[in-house]
Design a protein around this ligand. Structure first.
Ligand code: E4P
Length: 217
């Protein structure tokens, strides 16, 4: 399973570079940044990783989205143009895919949206697990259904689990065979941690110190 970092923070990307295959961004993550600096920051992010960097369009209409998507694709050769799972977004996906541009269809909340994204040649489809959990639905069920449907139908589009809120989402994504996941830095940090690892290290350190003292005595 590919692991992407869901951030626009270059320090976080550098910190986790040994563990990540790419980066995902979205308009909310870029919201606090001066608009003149955004393109430069996105270029730096693209250069900081060799794998895909998802960058989202702001436009909503077909023609505008198409122009914007092509512009975004020019930022670097590892850009994946992020498009919403709307009627227009899916049409733009079909067009950009035919031009050889990678796409990530975002804001996916149903298996039919995922199927249509695959039919339009999307590189990735991003089911939003956490936001479904937020409204009392089971977000990971959508991921599991999408993985199963793509298996049965032989779809090449990769299932990228998004809106990840906790380590359990990461484990469930891996278990059900998702192709990729995008993880916020705080959740990735949690993936490294287990109290018994820290406790075990302390015990080894203490025992080793005791042994060295005995050797010297
Ligand atoms: C990534 O592609 C998505 O934009 C992101 O995972 C959304 O996460 P959120 O629901 O926590 O905003």
């Amino acid at each position: 399973m590919e692991i992407f970092l869901d951030t626009v923070n270059l320090d976080e990307i550098a910190l986790y570079e040994d563990f990540i295959d790419g980066v995902t961004t979205n308009p909310s993550l870029l919201a606090g940044i001066n608009s003149n600096a955004v393109r430069e920051l996105l270029q730096k992010i693209c250069k900081s990783v060799s794998g895909p960097v998802s960058i989202e369009v702001i436009s909503e209409k077909y023609e505008d989205m198409l122009v914007e998507g092509r512009e975004i694709a020019k930022i670097n050769n590892n850009v994946c143009v992020k498009l919403p799972c709307t009627f227009d977004g899916l049409r733009v996906c079909r067009k950009l895919s035919s031009e050889g541009i990678s796409t990530n269809l975002t804001l996916c909340f149903s298996p039919t949206q995922a199927l249509l994204a695959a039919a339009c040649g999307a590189t990735y489809i991003s089911p939003f697990a956490g936001r479904l959990d937020d409204v009392g639905q089971d977000g990971m069920s959508l991921v599991e259904e999408t993985v199963d449907i793509f298996d049965v139908q032989g779809c090449e589009t990769r299932v990228l689990v998004a809106s990840v809120r906790n380590v359990q989402h990461v484990i469930q994504a891996a278990l059900c065979g998702a192709d990729a996941i995008t993880v916020p830095p705080a959740v990735l940090k949690q993936c490294f941690i287990h109290p018994l690892t820290d406790k075990g290290l302390e015990i080894f350190k203490k025992d080793w110190k005791k042994k060295m003292q005995q050797t010297r005595a």
